[in-house]
Structure formats: structure tokens, C-alpha cells
Design a binder for this molecule. Sequence first.
Ligand code: KG4
Ligand code: ZN
Length: 343
Amino acid sequence: MNKTPITILGLESSCDETSAAVVVDGREILSCVIASQIDRHAKFKGVVPEIASRAHLEVINSVVDDAMSQAGIKFHQLDAISAVNMPGLVGSLLIGLTTGKTFAWALGKKFIAVNHVHAHAYGAVMEYSSDAFPAIAILVSGGHTSIFLCNSPIEMKLLGATQDDAAGEAFDKVASILGLSYPGGPEIDKIAKKGNPQAIKFKRTWLAKDSLDFSFSGIKTAVLYYVRGKDLSLPDSSHLTERQRADIAASFQAAVVEVLVEKAILACKQQNLRRLIVGGGVAANSYLRKQLAERSEQEGIELIIAPLKLCTDNAAMVAGLAYHKYCKGQFDGLDCPVKSTGL
Ligand code: KG4
Ligand code: ZN
């Protein structure tokens, strides 16, 4: 007997993308609309929380309308509404969460709160053909760098996380030091292709032996001193040639990627698992994707990496993960709070 399909509206507003998506049975993406705020934050070289929450408020209703009309369904046909409630910028989270709760209340539908970082892991597996679990997941974004043991999409145990900056944050800051535009990750990825990853040996931070934690603040500072001199006597990066800029980008990227890849492989070995899930905005990085593919093949590990469209923030991964909570009856009340942190 065919079971009735479950259709869920998902909302994402944890940082600087307002997104709404309609997903059936956690897999079939009927629509995914993303309104980016990059233009508003670019001149500040980073996300300004106040600007972000106001921008979410301005567009969220039309983003939801677009997602519903692109999906070709009516509100009463939805089975549940889901929204991210943590971790992220509190003002931004509040807009998506309150919108989601309001729709759920007005329509008399179930409400499901979703953890943004867990949703990134799900984004990596949602178009994967067979069951991806159990697996190790490494999630690398602008706000987080974490390794999880995942027994199912909704059973995630944290094994390690960054102690300071996230990898994406380091990409964005180094791009800014090099005079590149925001967000810097894709810019570094692009110019690094013309550089030599071995040109400068930036120190890799491994922390304690066998640790699955990360630290990326040191390399960011190392690049700053490399570019502007030990006493910061140079005002900016304008003295660099294109070749030098490319070499710095490639060498920085190689250092960050080596640590990410080796810790992900180490986690697989420690947990005796042969499957690795990779998601988050930095998972779009072409060098990281190449190195992961090479190393996981050498180690006999199956690599499940998010398709490019599901790497950066989107609501399809939210509605997708919510389906698995729906199936387990994990619903949330309208008193469910936002939280800035929480893995
Ligand atoms: O997952 P995401 O969209 O938002 C957060 O949850 O933080 O990730 C955004 C981050 C930014 O730091 C951006 O620079 C980085 O992902 N990013 C990349 C690339 N594309 C996006 N970093 C390196 N290489 C890329 N190709
Ligand atoms: Zn994200």
C-alpha cells in the first residue's frame, strides 16, 4: 500500500539568507526560494546582525509566497511547517521562527523546529540514493566547523568543533585581508586556482593528539602578518602582485583544507565508520572537494558531499530534515525559543 506523501514548508533565516522551500517526504524538492542579503552586507565585509534581521522581515512573506506558488500547492495541503530555531543570529532566527509558528497556528498545522547545523548534514544526503547512516558528518560553514557521529538524520552526537573561528569565517577574513570582496570563500577558491598551495607553509593547527576540535584564528593572524608585515607597517594588500595574492590564497586554503580533511578521516577511523558526510557553505570549495575525494578513496571511505546547490544556506535542507522529525512525532510547541548556540 502506498503511504500518503508528507509535504512540509521549511523556513531558513539563521544568518543572511531568507529561504523558504516545499519538500515532499524529505527528498523531493518542489521549490526552494533563496533571497540573499549579500549586497547589503558586502560593504561591511561581514554580516551586520541588525541589517540582517530587518532584511529578513522585509522579504519573508514574499519568499514564502514564491515558494508556495512555485511548488504549485495551497497552504491547506501542507502537513507541517518547519523553521530553524538554532544556532544563528538571534534577531534573524526570530523572523523565520515567528513566521513559521504563525503559519502553523493560523493553518492548524504541526510545527517543527530544526537545528541549522543538523540541517546542513541532511542537505548533503537528501539527494543520495541509499541510506547514508550511520556516518561521520563534517559541517563547515561561516558560523560553524563541527564533526558529528550520525546514527540517523535526527540522531547527531557532537565529536568536535571549532574553539574559535569557523573555517568559513577564516576564508572571509583572509579574503578581506587580501582585498577581495565579501563573501570571501568563493573569491579565495577562484584565485587560489592560479596560485601554488606550497608557496607559503602556513602552520596547521592540530590541537591535542587525536583531537577532533579545530582552531582557525591563528592562521588568519598569520596571513595578516604575512601580508602587512610583522609590525603591521603596511596599510593593506595593495603592494602584492596578482601572483603573490594567488599564492597566499592557495597556501592558506591548503592549510585549512588539510586540517579539515585529516580530522574528518580521523573521526571515521576513531568511530570505525566508512562513510563521510560533508555539508555547509565551505563544502562548495573546489579544493576541499578534490582533496576529500582523493583522501577518502585512499582510505576506502565512501564520500557523500552536498551538491553545490545545497551547500550554502537553504530551506530545502530544513524541510527535508523536518520530515524525519515528523515521522518520529517530534513536534514543537509555539513557545519554542530561539537560541544563538547549540549543536
Ligand atoms: O552555510 P553557509 O551558507 O552559512 C552559514 O551557516 O554560515 O556558509 C557560508 C560560508 C561563508 O563563510 C562563505 O565564504 C563560505 O561559506 N563559502 C566558501 C565557498 N562558498 C561559500 N568557502 C570556501 N570556498 C567556497 N567555494
Ligand atoms: Zn549555514
